[in-house]
Design a protein around this ligand. Structure first.
Ligand code: MSP
Length: 647
């Protein structure tokens, strides 16, 4: 990305396409998701600020066995479950003022058509063939692993969950064909993968030799069907082909292609765990489709909690909404971007966050703002002129511009830590100028022109800082700009940052304190293990009438068998009295065998709408207690007539 990329009209502007990964809907957003989205939002805001024509995409990844099982475990129909969680992501990003231009869902009709068109195109050009596959499959990562990758283990090398041996007919993509082209791309485009040191991992991986990739599944049905022309409806398309295609389908691939011009300059921001999919599979798919490869694949590290990996079972998942509510959204954004060098893992601790807020923000930036407002009021009735700033502070102005001129490179290398560090050097130039030139002494010495020059220097530095900080801390920066009586926009960016124009004579307006210090507020550490609930949900008590909307009755299990191709599900026929029975798909296979259940009694929610779980109709739900990851059936303590109501 070049530094002189501004333009006069949107039409002639250089385009840039910024994407986040699309998030799985098997759970609500956590701090890792918020980090990727906030990073991408910052790059998008910056791009808009410097006048680029920016398209920013985020969304949700909704197909695959993992989602099907997550819905089943909650007794929900898969589509309604995906709608619910996707809605929660989209609401969170709205509440976080994320500036995405589009929110894509892989269940969108036009996305599905794009994926099918891509599949047909690859098939027609000979890159897809039919075969059969046997391998160790991890449902959670939706990935096959070779025996060598697993060693003597059955556990997934990526996420640690148990893999299972799956044998199925499959269509394959000729990944091996693209080995050389991918290696050539790594070599030619120095910064195609950021940080650059991540590239070596990919080179080694490709050099070991790429196996053709299984790109369809027959073991479950929640996914995009093959194009009709193939007349093979047993298969659904592999989630990663489906998911990666979102980047093109959002621009109109296979339809009107109306936004495809953005593709020329695409920046994918992702986490380190999904680099292989983006830096190997995705380029191969693009080469097969005849599209240019992405400009940058920027890979961030992972957030841990007090040194440990976050996971629901440990109960240490950080909910981004809780952090933003407790500490302020802009402060949270600042912390995420400032605390960890891009590409490295970082630890989320409230202590570190509070340190940043009270130190960098309150003592550094907030103090400068307060001093400018205070002195302008005390000595100049809020009216400041920049006319003597150059005369008395040429050196400080030059030093601040030397730093500012160098900042843009950090943004497109994702080095926000260094970007912010340098902005703080500029803030220090102003704070030091006040200490050194003591405007209060100048006033006593009857040199108001000099005192005014120092206040004007600081106000001008603050204005530049507000502009440059606005992609990271949009609200607070707008507040500083308001105090200095100007607006942050691409025009003021050109005027004050590129053309180095000083503010004219201006009136300072006192503002609400923008950088209050924070106390050590404890935020909840746990996200509820099963149902992802919003704040409204959590606050919502129910009435007895709400409770009695569910009919819960004693049932006797008459038949029980395992659902093939699922480790978690059992299919039960349950007698619920009055000659009625319910077919129920229950996620308890890990804890109960069919023999444990036949002729025993359970508690059944018998008036649930039917739902399809892995293609099988389920007409109720069995009640279980959840103890960590274990499910324990709730049963009457003595034999009870089937159909007896509970309540
Ligand atoms: N659906 C796929 C992406 C498909 S993109 C075509 C996926 N989804 S995800 O919801 O599991 O993860 C989304 C992003 O969140 C990934 O970039 C991942 O790295 C990031 N994070 C998940 N946990 C994280 C942390 N603890 N810390 C930082 N980011 C992490 O993968």
């Amino acid at each position: 990305m070049s530094q002189d990329s501004h333009c006069d009209t949107k039409k002639t502007c250089k385009k840039v396409y910024i994407t986040t990964p699309i998030y799985y809907v098997n759970d609500i957003a956590h701090i890792g998701h918020a980090y990727t989205t906030i990073l991408a939002d910052t790059v998008a805001r910056y791009s808009n600020l410097i006048g680029l024509d920016t398209f920013f995409l985020t969304g949700t990844d909704e197909h695959g066995q993992k989602i099907e099982e997550a819905a089943a475990l909650r007794g929900k129909d898969t589509q309604s479950y995906a709608d619910e969680i996707s809605g929660k992501f989209s609401t969170l990003w709205d509440d976080f003022d994320i500036t995405n231009n589009k929110f894509i869902r892989t269940t969108d009709e036009d996305h599905i058509l794009s994926v099918q068109k891509a599949f047909s195109k690859m098939y027609d050009n000979g890159d897809i063939y039919k075969g059969s596959y046997k391998g160790n499959y991890c449902v959670s990562c939706e990935t096959f692993f070779t025996d060598t990758q697993l060693g003597d283990d059955v556990y997934c090398p990526e996420c640690g969950k148990e893999t299972k041996v799956v044998e199925e007919e499959s269509y394959f993509f000729k990944l091996s064909k693209y080995e050389k082209q991918i290696l050539a791309w790594y070599e030619e485009k120095e910064d195609c993968i950021l940080p650059r040191n991540k590239k070596q991992e990919m080179i080694s991986f490709v050099k070991q030799g790429l196996n053709d990739l299984s790109i369809t599944r027959t073991s479950f049905s929640w996914g995009v069907k093959l194009p009709e022309s193939l007349n093979d409806d047993k298969h659904v398309i592999y989630v990663w082909l489906d998911a990666l295609m979102n980047y093109l389908s959002a621009l109109g691939f296979g339809a009107d292609e109306k936004d495809m011009a953005y593709w020329e300059n695409s920046v994918h921001i992702i986490g380190k765990d999904i680099l292989k999919f983006h830096a190997i599979y995705w380029p191969a798919f693009l080469l097969s489709l005849g599209y240019p490869l992405p400009k940058h694949i920027a890979t961030h590290g992972w957030w841990t909690r007090n040194g440990e990996k976050m996971s629901k079972s440990k109960g240490n998942v950080v909910n981004p909404r809780d952090v933003a509510d407790a500490y302020g959204l802009d402060n949270f954004r600042y912390f995420l971007l400032r605390e960890v060098p891009f590409g490295q893992d970082g630890d989320f601790s409230q202590k570190a966050l509070i340190g940043r807020i009270n130190g960098d923000l309150s003592n550094g930036l907030g103090n400068l703002l307060n001093r400018v407002i205070g002195m302008s009021q005390k000595y100049f009735n809020f009216e400041i002129s920049s006319c003597n700033a150059v005369k008395y502070h040429k050196d400080e102005l030059k030093r601040s511009y030397d730093i500012i001129d160098n900042l843009e490179q950090y943004v497109y290398n994702m080095q926000f830590g260094r970007y912010l560090e340098d902005i703080w050097k500029v803030i220090n130039i102003a704070n030091n100028a006040i200490t050194e030139h003591e405007p209060w002494t100048k006033m006593k010495e009857n040199k108001p022109e000099e005192a005014m020059a120092t206040v004007a220097l600081c106000a001008n530095i603050l204005a530049r800082v507000a502009i440059l900080l606005s992609p990271v801390m949009p609200k607070v920066s707008a507040g500083i700009a308001q105090a200095l009586n100007f607006e942050i926009s691409p025009q003021t960016y050109i005027k004050h940052i590129k053309n180095e124009t000083l503010l004219d004579t201006f009136n300072i307006k006192p503002t609400e304190p923008l950088f209050p210090k924070v106390e050590d507020i404890l935020i909840p550490e746990k996200v509820k293990e099963e149902a992802p609930l919003s704040k409204e949900d959590l606050a919502g008590l129910i009435t007895i009438d709400d409770f009695f909307k569910s009919t819960i009755a004693i049932g006797t299990v008459k038949e029980a068998k395992a659902v093939e191709s699922s480790e978690k599900l059992l299919l039960l026929q349950v007698d619920i009295g009055e000659n009625k029975s319910r077919q129920i798909v229950a996620g308890i296979r890990k804890f109960y065998s069919p023999e444990d259940l036949v002729n025993t009694q359970v508690c059944v929610v018998s008036n649930l709408k039917p739902a399809k779980i892995m293609g099988i109709e389920s007409n109720g739900m069995i009640l279980c207690a959840k103890q960590r990851k274990k499910l324990i059936l709730i049963r009457p303590d003595k034999e009870t007539r089937a159909g007896s109501k509970i309540g």
